[in-house]
Design a protein around this ligand. Sequence first.
Ligand SMILES: [Fe+2]
Length: 303
Amino acid sequence: MQLHPQTPLDGFAQRHHIEGLSMPSLQALTQGQDGYSIHKAKQFLAFQRRINNEMLKHRVITRNPYTAWFEKGIQNPYQIKAFIIQFSVFSNQFLIAQLHKMVHADTLESMRASKEILANEIGVKFKSIQQTTENRGLGSTEGSIEGSRFSFNAAHFEWLYHIAKTLDLNFSDIGQPKHGTQSTLFFCNELIRLYGGENYQISQAASYAVENWAAAGFWKQLINGLQKFNDRTGMNLPLGFFIWHDKLEVQHAAHTQEELEELYFTQHLDEVKFIHYGNEMLDGVAAFWDGLDEQRKELAAAH
Ligand SMILES: [Fe+2]
């Protein structure tokens, strides 16, 4: 069933049997842009099927025992604290990975795209083009940092610190590598090595993998679990950090897909390498959650 009236691009896609391609790619095809051809479009769709089967079925995307447990909201205070501490280490190390990604950018456009994310992380709110109500509070999840103002309390790390404080953790208890488990540090180092790496195709593969993991629904599981924890314990952990990131991911997924298609049409992409490094990144992600899962089992008896 089609919810929208058929556009000329839909008709074009059907005639050439290339349904599933993003709108920007279809547009580039009809305009005959460099690198775009029907033949290549069909090759891409075959590649996409390989990605779906050989990368996006990674266990950390399809089945994450930790977030499934977390969603039940039955955490004891030690388990919640441990979770926030590990997340705060990741949050800080992500800044380093993102900085590396920015430095390794090979076009001004991709340098800016990385810079947007980095600046937003440390406290520059996105300015939405449409002035929505989301501009209040934590700020919009879309738009640009261009012309926007820095504010300390817009730093994502500070949102985590709010939760930490509510849990009676001190600033010095969170955020640093020394607080990370081996699994968390392994994940962070993989992010720096692959996502922030100097090989553009590897970093794009890692980016694609990370974005698809992030869009797979774990933020919602964490939010559900934290809300249940709040209801059960009467604690009022501020959930802004998690709610904001969940909203952000919904928009990211579509954008990531368009980026991959552009890369495929305009550069020679090594398909085998892309799938290999995407999986390597997801193994790093899985290590993070596996570490949390082990830790919460160890802490189950702690009272
Ligand atoms: Fe963030």
